[in-house]
Design a protein around this ligand. Structure first.
Ligand code: FAD
Length: 388
């Protein structure tokens, strides 16, 4: 059994980033990962466009995180530093039309990961695959693998086991039970960046998109594109609202402005003309077929009342019944409560044990903000250890 080791559990973006910083500072680092390969969720994130951070100015960037702790860590290792880090790995980036930052087209997600793993190998980081973390005490970590159970001594331990979505990527959140048994407060994991289930009357719209619409909930508004599914709605303005709807009980009401560039008065003026309603909606107001189909879910009386119709075009109500199941969503809210961590992200009741990444209780919208916070917390925790 080796002594004085820094052990990281989880070879996801948070764990690997902590490993890199520590190894660069000359520490011997061992990463234990239960999968056969590293960063499977990181690769899954690359499936629909690998957006690693966002180019937004820092002032508004950090507003994407509710917790001041995460905001401060993102300020310390910000989006520009992520781009610099990628560049040091030989990965060039570009800013997409929505401000998201992607690797240039010549770099597939797997190549980004390979460049990172190659650098870690050069730095002497050891990744031990197919070893599942079970528990720890004040000096030992307990694992199991195909040969049985074993333990490893640690001097510092970083837990970076991710959230609870997409279990098949290895992030199965079994750590929740382990840490709960140690009386560590875990805010229950909940779906984040999740679609919503809606009443059946919208299910027939499955596969249809609403583009350039504005979704609102209370005083929150978000412009973008949504898609109807067999169970409800998905899309970035929907995911953005998760954080706000979470504070209320379901069912609740979201509103969609189907014509954000026109006022209710302008819309009503058009509807007051002599033409048929359907022709005004299509020709004068230039509403999409999907938007018109959405309006047709209204009862006949409401649809034919033009004052009501003008109001509804600006504020179409969609009842939201619930989030989608945790396993299919992009990320999870909840996790290790900040009250359990000191200012160094070290567990107050377990000195020398730190947490990083999505397993801590924060949430953020997609668009690169999740990975950014995972990178930033990884860097932060590593620096905490370097300075301890
Ligand atoms: C479909 C999808 C799309 C996404 N798109 C984006 C996006 O566009 N932009 C963005 O910013 N983010 C995106 N994300 C989110 C992002 O990938 C995650 O937030 C990020 O990977 C979390 O990093 P992490 O290091 O905290 O944890 P993970 O990446 O979850 O890594 C944790 C690691 O710990 C290992 N582990 C868990 N338990 C144990 C154990 N007991 N023993 C040993 N190892 C263990 C797991 O196998 C895993 O490898 C997406 C996620 C999904 C699922």
């Amino acid at each position: 059994m080796q002594e004085n080791q820094i052990i990281i559990i989880g070879a996801g973006p948070a764990g690997l980033m902590a490993a890199q910083i520590l190894a660069e500072k000359g520490f011997k680092v061992h990463v234990y990962e239960q999968n056969k390969a590293a960063a499977r969720k990181f690769l899954v994130a690359g499936n629909g466009g690998f957006n690693l951070t966002h180019s937004e100015e820092l002032d508004s960037f950090i507003q994407k995180y509710e917790d001041i702790e995460i905001q401060n860590m993102v300020i310390e290792f910000d989006n520009k530093k992520v781009v610099e880090w990628l560049s040091n790995l030989g990965i060039t980036t570009y800013i997409g039309s929505s401000g998201k930052i992607f690797p240039t087209k010549n770099f597939k997600p797997i190549q980004v990961l390979k460049a990172w793993l190659d650098r870690l190998e050069e730095l002497g980081v050891n990744i031990h695959y197919e070893n599942t973390f079970l528990d720890f005490d004040d000096s030992l970590i307990y694992f199991k693998n195909n040969s049985g159970d074993f333990s490893v001594k640690y001097s510092k331990l970083i837990l970076a086991m991710g959230g609870g979505s997409w279990k098949k990527t290895g992030s199965d959140a079994k750590w929740v039970e382990t840490l709960t048994k140690k009386n560590i407060t875990i805010i229950p994991l909940q779906s984040a960046n999740s679609g919503y289930n809606t009443p059946e009357k919208f299910h027939s719209l499955q596969g249809q998109y609403l583009k350039n619409i504005k979704v609102s909930f209370g005083n929150q508004e978000k412009i973008g594109e949504i898609v109807f599914t067999k169970y409800g709605i998905e899309g970035s303005p929907i995911y953005y609202m998760n954080r706000y709807t979470r504070k209320h009980d379901f069912p609740l009401m979201l509103h969609i402005d189907l014509k954000p560039n026109l006022s209710e008065t302008d819309i009503l003026e058009q509807l007051k003309g002599n033409s048929k309603i359907s022709s005004v909606l299509k020709r004068n107001l230039k509403l999409s077929t999907t938007a018109i189909n959405v309006l047709k879910t209204l009862d006949k009386e409401s649809y034919l009342d033009i004052e009501n119709l003008a109001k509804t075009i600006k504020k179409f109500p969609i009842e939201i019944l619930s989030f989608r199941p945790i396993d299919e969503v992009i990320s999870t809210a909840g996790g290790v409560a900040f009250s359990e961590l000191n200012s160094q992200l070290e567990l107050k009741d377990f000195p020398n044990v730190y947490c990083a990444g999505e397993m801590i209780d924060w949430e953020a919208p997609t668009g690169g903000y999740l990975l950014q916070a995972c990178f930033s917390t990884g860097v932060f925790v590593a620096n905490s250890i370097v300075n301890s």
